[in-house]
Write a protein that binds this ligand. Sequence first.
Ligand code: ARG
Length: 586
Amino acid sequence: MRAITEILTDIVSEAFEKCGYDRSLGCVTEADRPDLCQFQCNGAFGGAKLYHKPPFSIAEQVARELAQDSRFSRAEAMKPGFINLVVSDEYLVEYVNSIANDPYLGIPQICRGKRAVIDYGGPNVAKPLHIGHLRSAIIGESIKRLARACGCTVYGDIHLGDWGLQIGLVITELRVRHPEWKCFSEDFDAEKDSVEPLDIDLLNEVYPYASAKSKTDEEYSRAAHKATYELQNGRPGYIALWREILRVSVADLKANYDKLGVTFDCWYGESDAAAYEPELMRILTSKGLLRESEGAQVVDVAEPDDTFPIPPVIIKKSDNSSIYATTDLATIIQRVRDFSPDAIWYVVDNRQSLHFTQVFRCARRAGLVCEDTELGFFGFGTMNGSDGKPYKTRDGGVMRLSDLIDAVTSAAREKLEGSSFVSQADREQTSRRVGVAALKFGDLMNYRAKDYIFDMDKFLSFEGKTGTYLLYTVTRINSILKKAGVSEDACLPVSGVYSEADRELLLCAALCGKAYVRAYEEKAPNYLCDSAYAIASSFSHFYHENRILDQQDPVKRESWLALISLVRRLLIKNLDILGIETVENM
Ligand code: ARG
């Protein structure tokens, strides 16, 4: 089903054409001034330039044509040349009922048949998952769900950082502490020798220690680089130890992502790209793209129109080791082979934007992807504390994601303490869902590329634009439907518009489709937060104005129940795409 603005655009384009103007002028958008009308078209201004006529006279002519159409109750030209539109109640009701009956609940299937890989999460093995990775995980999860909801086949890949120096550091430190372990001996034999079991607390402690030490101790740092090199070149004891580190780390990551409702289709890591590196080198060599620079192998990617210098990508360092870019390029080869995607999207910190510019250019020069394959970098900003600086724990350390989840859960638990609606049995699950909803919504409601301030009290407020308020709205509708004896999945039709508040709520429901299109096109879940909030606040207003349960007129009562039951479905769907689970009561 198409977004209502698309349908109206067709109608208005037709009217422009009928009046002798180009149909491309007929673009209809949601009104900038909802107090004046529902929709608007500004095409007369473009027409004025094309046809050398005052915009108002074009607007008047087109509006006169549109006024004949029964789908509009008002179509009028406004000085200096706007066309203000209000759809008829009949049409509004018909459109909203078709959403209720649509298998996709009105979400336009704009990327049917498309295939995409989305790279998000990007945690590093052996390093504790910290809040820097939170944004990638929750924004990526939401973009994945959004694209799927719009008809795209999407493969979510975590792209684990499992092959870098951090592993070399952990190996080095473990070796200092346990030189007797078999995995450190040259003659380790994977067939008969085994590695000592590790645990996550140990890993969480070892990495920061080793990382700090390598910054002051040069010999130690050299040892860590050497260990990394030997690992990457297949030293059996190190490979076995690396597998153990991976096992422990991945189990911990899974547990944390689970709590956040974040899942991946593929758990590939940078290490999986290693198998594609020889092919990458062959392609780069055969196309003559490699050049030597200070002992390293690089590819130039600067372009004449660049407004700032884009340095060459380093493919192999002077010691012949591969780096981050090498892995990303090799991974592109793997993804093209495994998924034949039309698009590869990366949800990564804004600060890596230059890296991706280099990687994408190099991939195109080398022909690793077809010309029409989209390579998209969707960067995000930083989550800051109240001081405007990257969020830290009280003692100034980096907050662990698991601690953050625990903190929001216990804050939510406290908040729900007084509620008689939450049963003892549901209390734990409800607290977790409310806490996670607050955290995720507080993040996703900001345009992803912007930094934002983490404010737990604000995020958990029952009022205003918060995840808590949205979950609460759903529970209010649940309780009305229950009292009215309407089953939650009954799909009743709305029969008409009975108050100004109905009309406002119907319009909000009708506009959801457009929000999906915009969110998808810009890979920006905040537009879905806006539309969820608009529906929820419009519902609150509607509920305040109309006494649904006491309504004596059965036709009105039925219609209102149908409307709020649709609102409930729309909210749940919208929240689900944001990766937020609702609760029955709170
Ligand atoms: N592991 C990286 C980091 O922590 C993020 C990975 C992003 N994805 C990618 N394909 N490079 O910075």
